[in-house]
Design a protein around this ligand. Structure first.
Ligand SMILES: [Ca+2]
Ligand SMILES: [Ca+2]
Ligand SMILES: [Ca+2]
Length: 354
C-alpha cells in the first residue's frame, strides 16, 4: 500500500512538472552590454585596432587562410569614433580599414545565451566590412566564424548574414538600421534579423569567445573605397537554466487561494546535471514572493527526495505576502541564482482563486 501511494505521488509529481513555458517572466542575466554612449569607445570592453599588423589572405578576398604582416601605407587606418551613442568605423580610399575586438570573452562558457546588436551600414563600397562572432583558437581572424553580418557592393556580396556557412542575402547597398540576433539554446543556433528567424536551427557545440567588427585584413589585391558601418549597441544575455519544480509538492491542481495566509511550498528537483543543493536559497522568488524568513530560524527550506529518484531535492517555503498572482493566472515561475552565479527558472501550473 505504501509503495502504491509512493507511485501515485511520483506520478502526480511528474504530471505537474512543466518545462519551459514560452513568454514567462525571465531570469536572464546581462553578461555584456555596451551602448556606446560615452565620448569615445570604452577600451575596458574593446581593443581598437587602427594599425598593423593586418591579415594577408593568401588567395585574396574570401580566402580564410593567410598570415599577419605590416601593410604598406601609414597608420592609422581610418578612425573609430563614438557619436550620438553610435560607434562608427570610417576610412576612405585605401587597402586597410580599422577594426574593434572584444577585450575579454563576452559569452558564457556553459549556459544558453542571446547576442543582440543594432548596426547600420553608412556607405556600401567594394571593400566589405562586417560584424563577426567566432571561436578564436588561433591567430587567424577569418576561421572559426560562427555568425557574421557582412556587406560590400562588389559583384559577390550584398548584405549577407552567415551562420556556419549558411547564407541569407538581403538587399544591395542596405543602409537601414537592423537588429541582428544570435540565439544559442541547448546546442542549437538560430539567427534573426529584426526579430525574424532567417537561419537555423543549426546544431553545434562550438561556442563563441570573441566579437570583432570592421575588417582586420589588408586588401593587398587592390586599393578601393570601403563599406563603412556604425554599431548602436551590443548586448549578450545569459539565458536562465530551466529547472523542474512542483508547486505544492504531491498535490494537484496547484490551487493558490489569495486569501490564505500560509506559506507556499515548492520543490525544486535535482537531476543528473543539476544539483538543487547549489541554489542560493536567498535569491529565490516565486512571482514576487521571497522565501519565508522566520525570526531566529532564518530561511525556510529543507532537502528531501520528493520524487523518489534517489536525488535530494530542495523544498522552499515562499512567503505569500508579496505574491504577484491574480485570479486567472495559470502558471507561476520560480527564479533565482545558483551559488556560482547561474540564473535558474522553473515553471508549474497554478489555479489562482480569491
Ligand atoms: Ca547606442
Ligand atoms: Ca503540485
Ligand atoms: Ca529527487
Amino acid at each position: 500500500m505504501k509503495q502504491i501511494k509512493m507511485l501515485i505521488l511520483v506520478w502526480v509529481v511528474m504530471l505537474t512538472v512543466v518545462f519551459e513555458v514560452v513568454g514567462m517572466r525571465s531570469a536572464n542575466a546581462e553578461m555584456f552590454y555596451d551602448r556606446f554612449d560615452g565620448a569615445a569607445i570604452d577600451e575596458s570592453k574593446w581593443v581598437v585596432l587602427t594599425g598593423p599588423p593586418r591579415f594577408h589572405q593568401y588567395g585574396g578576398p574570401f580566402d580564410p587562410w593567410g598570415y599577419w604582416e605590416t601593410p604598406s601605407g601609414n597608420p592609422p587606418y581610418g578612425t573609430v569614433s563614438v557619436n550620438n551613442s553610435w560607434c562608427s568605423l570610417l576610412n576612405d580610399y585605401s587597402a586597410v580599414f580599422p577594426y574593434v575586438v572584444s577585450k575579454t570573452n563576452p559569452f558564457p562558457e556553459a549556459d544558453n545565451f542571446t547576442l543582440e546588436f543594432r548596426m547600420k551600414y553608412d556607405i556600401s563600397n567594394p571593400h566589405g566590412t562586417g560584424f563577426t562572432v567566432r571561436y578564436a583558437d588561433s591567430d587567424n581572424p577569418l576561421t572559426n566564424s560562427i555568425f557574421s553580418v557582412w556587406q560590400d557592393s562588389s559583384s559577390t556580396f550584398y548584405l549577407t548574414i552567415d551562420l556556419f556557412g549558411i547564407r541569407w542575402q538581403g538587399a544591395l547597398s542596405d543602409t537601414s538600421e537592423h537588429i541582428y540576433t544570435l540565439k544559442y539554446t541547448d546546442g542549437k543556433y538560430i539567427a534573426l534579423i529584426d526579430g525574424n528567424e532567417i537561419i537555423g536551427p543549426i546544431t553545434s557545440s562550438m561556442r563563441p569567445n570573441q566579437i570583432w567588427f570592421g575588417n582586420p585584413i589588408w586588401a593587398w589585391w587592390g586599393w578601393s573605397y570601403w563599406t563603412t558601418l556604425s554599431v548602436d549597441y551590443v548586448r549578450v544575455e545569459v539565458m536562465a537554466v530551466n529547472v523542474n519544480i512542483d508547486i505544492k509538492p504531491g498535490s494537484f491542481p496547484n490551487a493558490i487561494k489569495l486569501q490564505d495566509t500560509g506559506n507556499i511550498p515548492v520543490a525544486i528537483f535535482s537531476t543528473s546535471t543539476f544539483d538543487a543543493a547549489n541554489i542560493d536559497v536567498a535569491t529565490l522568488e516565486l512571482n514576487g514572493a521571497g522565501v519565508r524568513i522566520v525570526n531566529g530560524k532564518g530561511l525556510q527550506y529543507s532537502f528531501d527526495d520528493v520524487n523518489g529518484d534517489g536525488l535530494m531535492d530542495l523544498v522552499v517555503h515562499f512567503d505569500r505576502g508579496t505574491l504577484e498572482l491574480t485570479v486567472g493566472d495559470t502558471s507561476a515561475t520560480v527564479t533565482g541564482t545558483t551559488q556560482d552565479g547561474r540564473q535558474i527558472q522553473g515553471t508549474d501550473s497554478v489555479v489562482v482563486i480569491e
